[in-house]
Design a protein around this ligand. Structure first.
Ligand SMILES: [Zn+2]
Length: 576
């Protein structure tokens, strides 16, 4: 049947009404990524056109724009509470945390375009949640020149956010509004699977995409086992079936040769995957390789997103059960590890497709430089060291107590949905108190801080009086592991390490030596033990024995006049 031209046009526009428009990536033949506003407009269009897509405005970011969250489900189930009640798994894809690595921004758009335009079916047991652009400030700061050794796209954003922070170091300290908006989303969704899309630099090799998996040792128990023997292997198999030869993230930064293998990346809680792992979420960071053309990288990222969706759908019940049991174990755990070390006795072989490398004189310096020879590819089985072992663990207390003055910490705990209650009256409690015996602070700032490390603590048991309004944090909750990581001062990414408690590292009161001399003399006469301690120290330390100020200060520090708050960690532990 021949339709009049006008009628044909009308019919065409009706049929195509539900079709999402091509993305910038499509229109450019895979060489461009959209600017921030363009990407958001596209997602708004997706929300408008399809009942399967809902875009929500979440918390404010440093850039002055709200963080967006897109929820995609086959039957339009996009209410987070209802999703859980209907027994669906949630996968959260985070994109553009490093906007110079926009592969996930485009792959997620292509994914949803396939869901809407081409019938890529999500099963009813899964909901896909997408943060279209996480680092908005970085995405707005667009250039063709950042990332000098990356093969496309033509223009992209910058790594630092609107405060020039690296958001993939900010998940614990949360200096950015971005990280706070993210925590809100994370705690709202409690995703079963979290995927943070990246692009890698480092060694050259043939593989287009690599996968960083949150450490199975750290997940531990049944969940770690499931990650190690079911989830992670299935990603490699599924990718191979889709034509992508993915290998573990090449965590190689020179030193020996890449053929000697490498150690699994250490994802402490400051990173997205390390943070998510504290909440019993299966977490991953795909890293495509910078020297592969943008189109190939995005296609590989899309294939991996589908692999995550398909595995999560297929294993929906197992993932729910394993996570439920892991959460119960977290609530009941009597100890958690806080320090790890690479276990070089554990490795498995992976088939690595590399390029021969060697040294040749640099045309810049004349000195030897590393080069990879792409005309000499090789295939070799090499060891991948994917084990970590516990160096130190902490007994979980019955509760922590935080005096209300430390409100910046309390605010971050609230943000992470930590349950706590305020004392209703002034209360005397017997607690364990940590004293900071030693620590180092970074001389130069790192991500807006001078982090403390090499922290040595000593414990005392004391009766401490707390005031009405101080906070009691019971350790019988889903946040248990998070709480241990942030509140135990010697844990790697603790709030103490991130300088939240630096106020205790400075002495606030002192004395005028000429005046205290007489007071100290009287004190030593009245207290023979104090006199004995001074004599003992003098006998043991000849430099000390020759210093008047050092000896006076020693007496001061041993006396009742010395301030108790100095080097005394204010968060205490209630133990049985
Ligand atoms: Zn990155």
């Amino acid at each position: 049947m021949r339709l009049p031209v006008l009628a044909s046009l009308l019919l065409f526009s009706l049929l195509s009404a539900a079709q999402l428009p091509p993305t910038r990536f499509d229109r450019s033949g895979g060489s461009q990524t959209p600017a921030y506003q363009e990407a958001i407009s596209w997602w708004q269009e997706a929300d408008r056109l399809s009942g399967k897509v809902k875009m929500l405005e979440m918390g404010m970011t440093d850039a002055g724009f709200p963080l967006h969250l897109v929820l995609v489900s086959e039957n339009g189930d996009t209410d987070p509470g209802a999703i859980r009640r209907r027994n669906k798994r949630i996968i959260l894809f985070n994109n553009g945390i490093h906007p110079g690595e926009p592969d996930g921004i485009d792959a997620s758009m292509l994914l949803v375009k396939e869901v809407i335009n081409r019938g890529y079916r999500l099963r009813d047991n899964v909901v896909v949640a997408i943060i279209p652009v996480y680092n908005i400030g970085g995405c707005l700061n667009r250039s063709a020149d950042y990332r000098v050794d990356q093969d496309g796209p033509e223009e992209f954003g910058f790594r630092g956010n609107s405060q020039n922070l690296d958001l993939n170091r900010d998940f614990i300290k949360s200096d950015s509004r971005d990280a706070r908006a993210f925590a809100d989303i994370f705690q709202l969704l409690d995703p079963d699977v979290f995927v943070d899309n990246h692009v890698s630099n480092g060694a050259d090799y043939q593989h287009v995409i690599t996968l960083l998996t949150s450490q199975h040792n750290k997940l531990g128990g049944e969940m770690g086992e499931f990650m190690h023997t079911r989830f992670e292997p299935s990603m490699y198999t599924r990718m191979k079936e889709k034509g992508h030869d993915m290998i573990p993230y090449v965590n190689f930064w020179g030193g020996n040769k890449v053929e000697d293998g490498w150690q699994e990346f250490w994802d402490s809680p400051r990173y997205g995957s390390g943070y998510a792992a504290l909440w019993n979420t299966f977490s991953f960071m795909p890293e495509t390789h910078m020297l592969k053309p943008y189109r190939q990288r995005v296609e590989a990222t899309l294939a991996l997103e589908k692999s995550f969706i398909e595995f999560t759908s297929a294993m929906s019940e197992q993932i729910r059960d394993v996570r439920d049991r892991a959460k119960q174990a977290t609530i009941k755990a009597s100890s958690f590890p806080v320090k790890w070390t690479a276990d070089r006795s554990v490795s498995r072989l992976i088939t690595f497709r590399g390029y021969s490398s060697g040294q040749k004189p640099s045309e810049v310096s004349g000195l030897p430089r590393l080069y990879y020879d792409r005309s000499k590819p090789y295939v070799r089985d090499i060891p991948f060291y994917d084990g970590y072992k516990v160096l130190d663990q902490v007994q979980v207390p019955q509760a922590y107590i935080i005096p209300q003055g430390w409100w910046k910490v309390i605010e971050l705990l609230r943000l992470n949905k930590v349950q706590m209650r305020a004392f209703r009256t002034d209360t005397l409690v017997e607690v364990e108190v940590y004293h900071i015996d030693d620590y180092k602070s970074a001389a130069r700032p790192y991500e807006g801080h001078h982090p403390n490390s090499d922290i040595k603590i000593r414990v005392s048991r004391e009766k401490v009086s707390y005031r009405k309004g101080d906070l009691y944090v019971p350790m019988n909750q889903l946040a248990n592991r998070f709480l241990v990581e942030v509140l135990e001062p010697h844990a790697e990414d603790s709030y103490f390490a991130w300088n939240f408690f630096d106020g205790i590292l400075g002495q606030k009161e002192g004395y005028s030596a000429y005046s205290f001399e007489d007071i100290a003399a009287g004190y030593l006469k009245q207290d023979p033990d104090a006199r004995a301690r001074l004599d003992q120290r003098r006998a043991a330390d000849s430099v000390f024995a020759k210093s008047g100020p050092a000896q006076l200060n020693f007496v001061y520090q041993q006396s009742k006049w010395f301030e108790p708050a100095y080097l005394r960690y204010p968060v205490t532990r209630v133990v049985k």
